[in-house]
Design a protein around this ligand. Structure first.
Ligand SMILES: *Cc1c(COP(=O)(O)O)cnc(C)c1O
Length: 409
């Protein structure tokens, strides 16, 4: 089955109650049981069934199974937000004294989170690009995870997932990736060796910008050394499934990181059109990038442009597609703001992956809490504009941007 068929007819797509074509919305907090004995069996995980929506919910489970199948994972856990997914994907096996190595070109919220984690004794060491050469000098006995984005938001640098995963596995470390910007349509990180994949489903997977959500997908292939990864040692008997078992029955459940049933339903609807949206979005983004690259006063960044250093990786890893984001440098902050204020179709809003084209000045918004050094490491300058391309017609977007730029220079 190819992607679009699999989304609609894969193994994970069940016959839902009463012949519903979509999973019914189980908008409840608790589930009733025929007897006290049955209830006890459900709580002991000895019988299938639902008890409480913070722990498991059928509408949420339907989404988890479908995304898990598309990612080629072993298990998936849906979360309240992409940030919940990033946080719990790491706290599930880290503790005070542990170190993470991460790319410095991460999503602004993730950089802020890693700062927060220092107060709990978890230190992050940043490298400009996640490569074996950059990781080598930073790995020590406290290092417990390598974390990176595949197509970085907004620097648009691309991680060579196979190369990085082969290297970190040699060092006994798991590779955790944020695949939000590539989606399961453009790339399958697990096939290339990633151990844990997270998504902000708020973005492309939902697609319509109608709810906040996230998901953690576990490949369940990593060989956990339970002496080194003490956090998982209580789950030793589950072997490679230790990660998911701890997540579900411990930290995710106890923190209350669950996705709401209505969000799962809305996200499932979005997921069903992910492939066709991504195809169109990537095509329009490339067309717009080429058109804007003709304007000499601005500097455009898009992975498929001929001078882009990640072009070859986009060809090889992303099937020749460059994703739905592009950025450009307008020359000055004032010019950037004038351009943003002159657009008619592209709307000034945070977020990415919407059906509408969204624009933002990352430095004064997403990176406002970051230091100047952190901003520059993420390639966020005072004149950078990020565009998240939507489903409008390419010709109209080209007119909108070229006109706004022309009148603002
Ligand atoms: C938006 C985003 C997040 C955070 O997701 P939320 O759903 O907003 O919590 C994490 N990583 C990337 C790459 C993102 O774009």
């Amino acid at each position: 089955m190819n992607f679009n068929t699999k989304v609609l007819h894969g193994r994970a797509v069940k016959k839902y109650a009463e012949g519903s074509t979509l999973p019914p919305i189980s908008q409840v907090s608790a589930f009733q049981h025929d007897s006290a004995e049955e209830m006890a069996r459900v709580f002991e995980h000895k019988a299938a069934g639902y008890a409480y929506s913070r722990v498991a919910n059928p509408t949420v489970a339907a989404l988890e199974q479908r995304i898990n199948e598309l990612e080629g994972g072993n298990a998936a856990v849906a979360c309240a937000s992409g940030m919940t997914a990033v946080t719990l994907s790491l706290l599930n096996f880290l503790g005070a004294g542990d170190e993470i190595i991460a790319g410095s070109n991460l999503y602004g919220g993730t950089i802020d989170l890693f700062e927060d984690l220092t107060k709990f004794g978890i230190t992050t060491r940043f490298v400009p690009h996640l490569t074996p050469e950059a990781l080598e000098p930073l790995i020590n006995e406290r290092t417990k995870a390598v974390f990176g984005e595949i197509l970085c938001n907004p620097s648009l640098e691309i991680m060579d997932v196979r190369r990085v995963s082969e290297y970190v596995h040699l060092k006994g470390l798991p590779l955790v990736v944020d695949a939000t910007t590539v989606t399961p349509y453009l790339f399958h990180p697990i096939e290339e060796g990633a151990d844990v994949v997270i998504h902000s489903t708020t973005k492309y997977i939902n697609g319509s910008g109608n709810s906040i959500g996230g998901i953690i997908v576990d490949a369940a292939r990593f060989d956990w050394d339970f002496d080194r990864f003490e956090g998982l040692s209580g789950y030793r008997k589950f072997g490679k499934l230790a990660y998911t078992m701890r997540l579900r029955t411990d930290i995710w459940d106890n923190i209350g990181g669950c996705m709401a049933p209505m969000t799962a339903f809305l996200t499932t609807i979005g997921l069903e059109t992910l492939g066709i949206r991504m195809e169109r979005i990537c095509e329009t983004a490339y067309t717009l990038a080429k058109a804007l690259a003709e304007i000499p006063e601005i500097e455009v960044c898009y992975p498929l442009l001929s001078e882009n250093p990640y072009r070859e990786l986009a060809e090889r890893q992303l099937g020749g597609r460059g994703g739905g984001l592009l950025t450009f440098r307008a020359g000055s902050k004032e010019t950037a703001f004038r351009i943003l204020n002159s657009l008619n179709y592209a709307i000034r809003a945070t977020s990415i992956g919407d059906v509408r084209t969204l624009v933002i000045h990352p430095q004064s918004t997403l990176y406002v809490r970051a230091t100047r050094e952190q901003q520059e490491a993420a390639q966020v300058y005072d004149d950078t504009i990020r565009i998240s391309v939507g489903l409008e017609d390419a010709e109209d977007l080209i007119c909108d941007f070229t006109e706004a730029i022309r009148t603002s220079l």
